[in-house]
Design a protein around this ligand. Structure first.
Ligand code: 4NP
Length: 156
């Protein structure tokens, strides 16, 4: 079993989108019982909330249902449980590194490392318009495919 956690700031836009997109790829390949997926936020403002309506709509347009997801904050046990902890941007990666125990032996890094070697951020779409959410979906979709092939190659 490989455990993958996506992390953004609020856990209502980018990381639930990544959870939904990556989950769909994993399911399509019949590997849902081998790859466990979750998401979390480094902030706590939206804990207990469903994803942002704009994220729900943008994902639904691409056939992905994320309505059932519920925001939570990163917790200490995540650094025990998850083999991959993938941050949506540098700010969240810094926050995760700050809280990461020395004993963590998984992969903590930027999600878009799996998109290109000069890794970059998934831009925060919260204060943007629909185009911001479309860009989030484009970036996450591409990186999720690469992440999937990486995990299959190295772990399954
Ligand atoms: P996310 O987007 O980190 O992709 O879930 C945000 C959601 C909420 C806020 C910022 C970013 N906020 O400031 O409340």
């Amino acid at each position: 079993m490989v455990h993958v956690l996506f992390v953004c700031l609020g856990n209502i836009c980018r990381s639930p989108t990544a959870e939904g997109i990556f989950g769909k790829i994993v399911k399509q390949h019949g590997l849902s019982d081998r790859i466990l997926i979750d998401s979390a936020g480094t902030g706590d403002w939206h804990v207990g909330h469903p994803p942002d309506q704009r994220a729900i709509k943008a994902a639904a347009n691409r056939g992905i249902d994320i309505r059932h997801l519920c925001a939570r904050r990163i917790r200490r046990y995540d650094f025990v449980k998850f083999d991959y902890i993938l941050a949506m941007d540098g700010q969240n990666l810094n926050s995760l590194k700050h809280n990461c125990p020395k004993s963590y032996d998984g992969h903590l890094g930027l999600f878009l490392e799996f998109l290109r070697s000069d890794s970059c951020d998934v831009p925060d779409p919260y204060y943007s318009d629909n185009e911001g959410f479309e860009l989030v979906l484009d970036l996450i979709s591409e990186a999720a495919e690469n992440l999937f092939h990486h995990i299959v190659k190295h772990h399954l």
